[in-house]
Ligand binder design. Structure first.
Ligand code: SF4
Ligand code: SF4
Length: 433
């Protein structure tokens, strides 16, 4: 795509990066067919190509974004399906991240939106606040249908509806006592939403990694990866989290480390991008690049190590839902399925496995209508597989899919742990053991 940025504009490094991305787009439109919002809404401006035009116009002319432009960029899930489809290698992720930060700086949202976004940015990345907020949300849940009738309050209603009816017990904050392993030491990223909503994922991962021969540690000083604030355009907050994590993990790298293991693929995609996010910071660029290179999804680590010996468990049909952040963000396409098959499960993928379930970080809070349609559609294609259980690799997807169907939804590590000698996943225990 031809661009017309001035040399003064291109002196801004972020602008120069975005210009290089835009120039790669050849308008072919292949990406439109795999864009969930275009497939649902049929509007070119809700397709990747349409959004690239909007972003180009906004950045090139340094426009104050209008309500309409913000609407179409906000509707983007950041699912990155367009990046997998694009034959020209357009890095839409970096472009839309820049556009979101530009909008955050230059557009004043209506106050209910501003307030809700501030609340979400303050609560979700902090496990203690998130846990307290979920307890309150359970009490306020009866208000959800009333809030849903007032358009600006629909995200608040969506948030109440997403809160689980029961919270699992708080996981221990103590560092794990893990014996030295034959394969060396890894740090397990602790995460923010996952340990509050599904602490069983961490427990299963630790057992599995130890069985594979790894010593598992936590990094002191680690915090939320910054993905939630990054996708809201709150760049300063996202970079602050990234820097703190780089510091925390660099201390661990200096002690000797095989990998930073991540069980929530949405976080993994962001941590793997720290090298890019901090590329202009001379104090952090090299350290961030090192951290990104060591960041691995748990399925990558398990595949490289090989599964421990498999024990006998009931034969189950697993519907595997590949999170967008795994298949499009990290381009991991076979490891989770191969591991599940190797563990003895019958694995099936839904017909629309390349399409987003509608979770997308905070998308199911801020865009509840589109997220609801995508979630219902995903539940339909998964149900068609008649699975005993749904497995995925991202907490957001697990919550979103669980909202739309009664079949138990677990993380793949829970099944792999079970198949190699661990306990049955809590979600399956009453029915299957
Ligand atoms: S990231 Fe997903 S929703 Fe956004 S433009 Fe690309 S395919 Fe569409
Ligand atoms: S597939 Fe790639 S090159 Fe083609 S319109 Fe989409 S982003 Fe542009």
């Amino acid at each position: 795509m031809q661009t017309d940025f001035t040399p003064a504009q291109l002196a801004d490094k972020d602008m120069a990066s975005s210009e290089a991305v835009i120039r790669k787009c050849v308008h072919c439109g292949f990406c439109t067919a795999t864009c969930p919002t275009y497939v649902l809404l049929g509007d070119e401006l809700d397709s990747p190509r349409g959004r690239i035009y909007l972003i180009k116009d906004m950045l090139e002319n340094e426009r104050i974004p209008g309500e309409d432009v913000v609407k179409h960029i906000d509707r983007c899930l950041s699912c990155l399906s367009c990046m997998t489809t694009c034959p020209s290698g357009v890095n839409y992720m970096h472009l839309v991240d820049h556009a979101r930060a530009y909008i955050e700086k230059n557009y004043r949202r209506p106050w209910p939106e501003r307030a809700l976004r501030a609340v979400v940015a303050a609560i979700l990345p902090n496990p203690a606040r998130f846990r307290a907020a979920l307890a309150l949300a359970r009490l306020a849940r009866p208000l959800a249908p009333f809030l849903a009738q007032v358009k600006p309050l629909r995200p608040a209603a969506a948030m109440l509806q997403l809160a689980p009816e029961r919270l699992p017990p708080k996981p221990s904050a103590d560092a794990p006592v893990s014996p030295p392993g034959s394969r060396g030491r890894v740090v397990l990223m602790q995460g923010c939403a996952e340990p509050v909503l599904r602490p069983e994922t961490r427990a299963a991962t630790m057992r599995l990694l130890e069985r594979c021969g790894y010593q598992v540690s936590f990094a002191q000083g680690e915090e939320c990866c910054g993905a939630l604030t990054h996708h809201m355009g709150k760049e300063a907050l996202a970079l602050q989290s990234a820097r703190r994590n780089v510091d925390a993990w660099t201390r661990e790298i200096e002690k000797g480390l095989e990998a930073i293991v991540i069980t929530a693929s949405g976080c993994g995609t962001t941590v793997k991008d720290y090298g890019f996010m901090l590329r202009h910071d001379p104090a952090y660029a090299a350290k961030a690049a090192k951290v990104s290179a060591l960041a691995k999804d748990v399925s990558e680590v398990l595949q490289a190590a090989g599964l421990p010996p498999v024990v006998s468990i009931p034969s189950l049909t697993v519907a595997y839902h590949p999170p967008c952040s795994i298949q499009h963000g990290q381009r991991i396409t076979t490891a989770p399925q191969s591991l599940l098959r190797e563990a003895g499960f019958t694995v099936r993928l839904p017909a629309d496995s390349h399409l987003c379930c509608g979770s997308a970080g905070t998308y199911n809070i801020f865009q509840p209508e589109i997220a609801g349609q995508l979630g219902a559609r995903k539940a339909e294609t998964i149900t068609a597989l008649k699975p005993d259980v749904v497995a995925t690799g991202n907490i957001g997807c697990a919550v979103q899919i669980g909202q739309h169907m009664a079949t138990p939804v677990v993380h793949i590590v829970e099944l792999l742990d079970w198949a190699t000698g661990g306990p049955a996943p809590a979600a399956l225990a009453p029915a299957k053991t």
